[in-house]
Ligand binder design. Structure first.
Ligand SMILES: [Zn+2]
Ligand SMILES: [Zn+2]
Length: 375
């Protein structure tokens, strides 16, 4: 076996370490809560039953959404985004970036693409040899182009993108609920054990109500671990709630997508309610279940209209999406929102002459200096 293959195999195995770590922590928390707390520590039967029922509900939802996030393969662009054999050969033969762009522009003519690189070039992945749909990015860890890529998450050893973003959000939400429930119900026993320890340390320990067994260790740690995870996941979950409301991916917060009239970080935002439906679907009964209900095909996203003034770039208000964008459009739009105004590829003048590396872009009469972040 070649050394590079061995290295790749090692990398693949090592990538599972964070997932195994989380799985071990979850398995231990299950044992500690069910056996050590509920069976050995709690004496009231009613309390035991109520705790166990709620615990198992949150545990099942948490494990289900976590599993779906891990094992749902990231969605890749369909074949229509791949260059034809003839175009591919021609593209590889060409050395001048302008001519390559010309080939890509021709190939992308009938594709539902509204965004470009910062330098107004067609977004093309050399590695996968395809034209990237809007919001699609190449993941170096997975080595594929991922539709609506959000980020590559080591804790699930998977790319979070169009195919599993809903599952990822539910995983965060149910892990928060799980930690909150565990921490809240363990708290009183945590305090009892804690004070018990202190009394014992002072060698002034009265006959206590709680069994002074190994359960003490588990209950003390259970509270610490649940509280620690709750605090760290809370900030991540809040951030992703904000992203869903704005219809932005994590990548897009760092690098606004470039539309016909320039970068627009709110370019895909249709208003909070529609943004939420784009991820969770139209039927509310499925919102809390880790079942795929996201709208669209991952390649084609409704955008809000960006109005271009030759002297000044003005962007339509995000609060008035109905006038402009996909509010009254079917999802995904069967045709681009407005062929003349939204079709990026319609006008030849949209494309720069000097290739994707050029950082100075002329747009209308306004000159934008944009640092190209596209790889
Ligand atoms: Zn790629
Ligand atoms: Zn990835």
């Amino acid at each position: 076996m070649a050394p590079s293959h061995v290295l790749k195999c090692c990398q693949r195995v090592l990538a599972w370490v964070p997932v195994v770590f989380i799985a071990l922590v979850v398995a231990w928390s299950y044992y500690a809560y069910v056996v050590e707390l509920c069976v050995f520590t709690i004496s009231s039967t009613a309390e035991k039953v109520v705790y166990l029922v709620i615990f198992h509900l949150s545990f099942v939802m948490f494990v289900w959404s976590y599993g779906k996030t891990i094992f749902t393969s990231p969605a890749s662009p369909s074949n229509e985004f791949c260059l034809s054999k003839a175009d591919k050969e021609q593209y590889e033969k060409e050395e001048r970036p302008e001519s390559q762009q010309e080939i890509l522009r021709r190939a992308a003519k009938d594709l539902p693409i509204y965004t470009t690189t910062a330098s107004r070039a067609i977004r093309y992945c050399d590695r996968c040899q395809l034209i990237k749909p809007d919001r699609c990015h190449h993941c170096s860890a997975c080595d594929i182009c991922v539709l609506k890529m959000d980020h590559h998450c080591p804790w699930v050893n998977n790319c979070v993108g169009f195919s599993n973003y809903k599952f990822f959000l539910l995983f965060l939400m149910y892990s928060l609920l799980y930690c909150l429930f565990v921490a809240a119900t363990v708290l009183q026993y945590f305090i009892k054990f804690w004070t018990l320890c202190r009394r014992k340390a002072a060698e002034n320990c009265p006959k206590n109500e709680l069994p002074d067994t190994h359960a003490k260790f588990h209950v003390l740690f259970l509270f610490f671990v649940a509280a620690m995870f709750f605090i760290s996941i809370l900030s991540l979950f809040s951030y992703h709630c904000w992203l869903v409301g704005k219809n932005r991916s994590t990548i897009e917060t760092f690098r606004a997508p470039t539309f016909r009239n320039g970068p627009d970080k709110n370019g895909f935002s249709l208003g909070c309610s529609k943004n939420l439906r784009e991820v969770f679907g139209d039927e509310k009964k499925y919102w809390l279940l880790p079942i795929f209900t996201s709208l669209g095909d991952g390649c084609n996203f409704p955008t809000r209209l960006v109005i271009m003034d030759p002297e000044q770039v003005t962007v339509s208000s995000q609060n008035e999406p109905a006038k402009s964008s996909g509010a009254n459009q079917p999802f995904p739009p069967t045709r681009p929102l407005s062929e003349s105004q939204n079709r990026l590829l319609a006008s030849d003048s949209q494309w720069v002459e000097s290739g994707p590396e050029d950082e100075n872009v002329k747009s209308g009469t306004k000159k934008h200096i944009i640092v190209s972040l596209e790889s």
